[in-house]
Design a protein. Structure first.
Length: 369
């Protein structure tokens, strides 16, 4: 009797979780959650940084207006991230709207590690909101109250230590890259590049760690190697459509192909292992724009734009790490263009053609599904 009661209780719990759209899965928490966080950053801090940089070169009222817009986007980035996470995780409207307050608080308390704090605090607040959503006649009052109160409480408890940990880890990675640019150039480039192609947001991770400077440059190299590399490797199968959608969109489109045949990952990954240390050791390539740009690669040309933005107008995260604006010379421009576009295309093509001749890669392997 007790066993039957337990089964009924478990069935009731599962039914309740399904009704409330609560799902504890890798896809919901990491893929959708981190993806939403990245989108929120795109639509706030990243766009604001680009507009602010443009504003520096536009005289008069237009330049002033762009600078003002840039300042506003930085203020609301926490709210934008939290609401984007809630939207990606299919939260009900009252939960989504309430996350604006939660995100604002979490980002402020998380300080330099704000994005990572916003992510974890938002997960808890969304769960709390979903547990009570549409369960009472006064949903308009209960759901926002629970979501905001739980979110702000959790933010006060965990945002400062999460922010501090993110800053510490990011600082360690950046310090290690400065000390060992060859080895760390390889590791950062390869790891961040692989994460970019996986259905996990490399942009959100780089933002959470505040990855700038030489480590940011290595990350840009790895992401560009994956995107440009896969675009060129798959040109035989996908032609110009694939070249644009993968090279300027996302290499994540090839995940089904990679799962079927992991060896397809070799050309761009080996390329990242080559371009990473070239970026750090030869060209001293630094990405001092918004940290999110470190994990974007050539998607919308955001990675290269971040490098250029960092030269002219270093982000707050970069300034805190001791980085400063510079007047880029010919070698800076040559290095950026080679690392972001030319070398990934040439090296990936050479490696993939060698593998095709060996029969390790066959025609159709890279065909977009």
């Amino acid at each position: 009797m007790s066993e039957q009661a337990n089964k009924q209780e478990l069935t009731g719990f599962r039914k309740y979780m399904k009704e409330q759209n609560i799902e504890f899965s890798f896809n919901r928490i990491f893929i959708q959650g981190l993806g939403g966080m990245a989108h929120g950053l795109f639509a706030s801090l990243l766009i604001g940084t680009i507009l602010g940089t443009i504003g520096q070169f536009v005289p008069g009222a237009v330049g002033t207006f762009l600078a003002e817009v840039s300042a506003y986007t930085k203020e609301i980035q926490g709210a934008a991230m939290a609401m984007a996470i809630a939207y990606a995780m299919k939260a009900d409207p009252y939960i989504l709207y309430s996350l604006a307050t939660v995100g604002l608080v979490a980002n402020k308390l998380g300080a330099a590690g704000g994005p990572l704090a916003v992510y974890f605090v938002s997960l808890v607040a969304i769960l709390a909101g979903k547990l009570v959503s549409k369960r009472t006649p006064v949903d308009l009052i209960i759901t926002p109250t629970v979501t905001i109160c739980v979110g702000v409480l959790v933010a006060n408890l965990i945002a400062p230590p999460i922010g501090a940990f993110a800053v510490w880890l990011g600082t360690i990675i950046m310090w290690a890259t400065n000390q060992q640019p060859f080895l760390m150039g390889i590791l950062v480039s390869v790891i961040v590049g692989i994460i970019l192609t996986l259905p996990i947001s490399s942009a959100a991770i780089c933002a959470g760690l505040g990855l700038v400077g030489l480590a940011g440059g290595a990350a840009v190299a790895g992401c560009c190697a994956q995107m440009v590399g896969f675009a060129v490797c798959s040109y035989r199968e996908n032609k110009l459509n694939g070249l644009a959608s993968i090279g300027l969109g996302t290499s994540m489109l090839l995940v089904p192909n990679l799962l079927k045949k992991p060896i397809l990952w070799v050309p761009p990954t080996l390329t990242a292992a080559i371009t990473g240390p070239i970026a750090t050791c030869l060209f001293n390539l630094r990405m001092n724009g918004a940290p999110i740009s470190s994990g974007m690669g050539t998607s919308g040309i955001v990675g290269p734009i971040g490098v250029v933005t960092g030269w002219l107008n270093p982000s707050e995260a970069a300034v805190k790490m001791g980085e400063a604006a510079l007047a880029p010379g010919a070698m800076d421009w040559i290095g950026m263009i080679l690392i972001c576009f030319i070398l990934p295309a040439i090296l990936s093509w050479v490696i993939s053609e060698f593998m095709r001749k060996r029969g390790w890669i066959e025609f159709g392997d890279y065909k977009l599904v």
